[in-house]
Design a protein around this ligand. Structure first.
Ligand code: SAH
Ligand code: SF4
Length: 397
């Protein structure tokens, strides 16, 4: 399958070409002072957008009206990410189909922790990506993890994935990535707190590196959403140069999840064409080189596909391959997708696979994708064409 080359977007985009939601405070400062505005207007605009979640310049009541008008002219108007359908599952998971300005649909998912404090074992694979051993007390509130998309479709072509089968339609801009979180925050229910963000929705975040990196800077900014960078997890199919770049750009503070899905190159290449370009030995070297802080671990995601990668021999190879790496392993029985005859193994095979890995000393969890009663894995909702249904939210974006 054709693998599109990761696009190199310049990291220094002129501010005027960046959507207002995508601008960092220092960029606002430069552009607004150049327009003769007072310096503190920069901070006000950034806070309106990223702290208060307001992306309508007309509603920024403490700004002068000429500035509000010019911001609206630059695109600071509602409509960047509009919820089209919200599917609520019995376990509290909300899957939100989001309509973008050009009509494209993507998906974001809110995953509340099962109990107030929660524990990694109780959370979805996605939420568990951040280590929680040094968690501060957040009182009786329910921690929510949000899963976000970075592309419309995906170029990587993994055979078990609906986004991969759909192919890449386009990259998201940083403003569209961040707008999903602003929307997610607006949709939180009483007592919920947005705590973790995982880049595990539609698309390969490291194939859209500049927008992904910029969105992380925005989401972790103290004057904005103020998420902790170790509570932001980027999941990748293994784009080696961008893994190294992410490590350099964020000093290893951003949590990393690797979609491995096989422990030998033949199997992995048959499931994930990206492996032909970045084979396992090189990927493992890249993981060893990732500047992980002490006591943190890389999450290894392993989607179990019946008769493809579920043999006990493969589990033993995996145990050998990962030897010496600080990892935890999440086994995810494949969610069937319409476009593929592949499916999950029987439960005994899943538990046998897990037993090999725990026996070899690894932390290894079986993850059921949450929200199974409304649709399957992340990224599939918008591809199955459910009927529009939006109720009970306060949309500000
Ligand atoms: N592109 C990135 C992030 C999005 S995919 C990546 O591949 O890591 C997020 C996770 O969902 C990946 O681990 C992927 O392998 C998994 N996934 C995709 N389709 C799936 C399916 N049908 N069943 C189970 N897991 C799936
Ligand atoms: Fe893309 Fe990830 Fe799906 Fe593979 S699993 S096709 S990399 S979204």
């Amino acid at each position: 399958m054709p693998l599109a080359a990761p696009q190199a977007t310049p990291s220094r985009v002129p501010t005027t070409e960046l959507h207002p939601i995508a601008r960092l405070p220092e960029e606002w400062q430069a552009s607004l002072t150049a327009q003769g505005e007072r310096a503190y207007a920069a901070r006000q605009v950034f806070e309106w957008i990223h702290k208060k979640g307001v992306i309508d310049a007309a509603a920024m009541t403490n700004l002068p009206s000429r500035l509000r008008a010019s911001l609206a002219g630059e695109g600071l108007v509602p409509g960047v990410a509009v919820p089209e359908q919200i599917h609520r599952s019995a376990d509290g998971t909300r899957k939100i189909a989001v309509r973008l300005r050009d009509g494209a649909l993507i998906e974001t998912v809110l995953l509340p922790a099962v109990s107030g404090k929660g524990s990694p074992a109780q959370l979805d694979a996605d939420a568990a990506a951040a280590d929680d051993d040094d968690d501060v007390d957040i009182g009786p509130r329910t921690r929510v993890t949000q899963c976000i998309s970075t592309q419309v479709g995906c170029a990587m072509g993994c055979v078990f994935c609906a986004s991969g089968v759909a192919g890449l339609k386009r990259h998201l801009g940083a403003e569209e990535v961040v707008a999903q979180v602003l929307l997610g925050r607006a949709l939180l229910e009483d007592g919920e707190l947005l705590r973790n963000v995982v880049y595990m929705g539609m698309g390969e975040p490291l194939h859209n590196y500049e927008a992904t990196a910029r969105s992380i800077r925005l989401l972790t900014h103290r004057e904005g959403c103020n998420l902790s960078s170790r509570r932001v997890t980027v999941s990748t199919s293994g784009l080696i140069p961008e893994i190294a770049k992410l490590g350099r750009d964020f000093g290893g503070q951003v949590a990393l999840a690797i979609s491995l899905h096989a422990a030998d190159d033949t199997t992995r290449s048959s499931l994930m064409p990206v492996n032909r370009r970045y084979p396992l030995a090189e990927l493992i070297e890249a993981l060893r080189a990732y500047p992980l802080p002490p006591r943190r671990r890389i999450t290894i995601e392993y989607t179990l596909v019946a008769h493809k990668n579920d043999e006990e021999a493969e589990a033993k190879r995996l145990a050998r391959l990962l030897r010496g790496l600080p990892v935890k392993i999440n086994l995810i029985p494949m969610n069937p997708i319409e476009a593929s005859p592949l499916g999950p193994p029987a439960l005994e095979r899943v538990t046998a696979f897990q037993a090999v890995l725990t026996g070899a000393g690894y932390s290894c969890f079986i993850r059921r994708r949450r929200g199974d009663d409304v649709s399957a894995a992340c990224g599939q909702l918008v591809l199955v064409g459910a009927k529009p249904k939006v109720k009970g939210f306060r949309a500000t974006s």
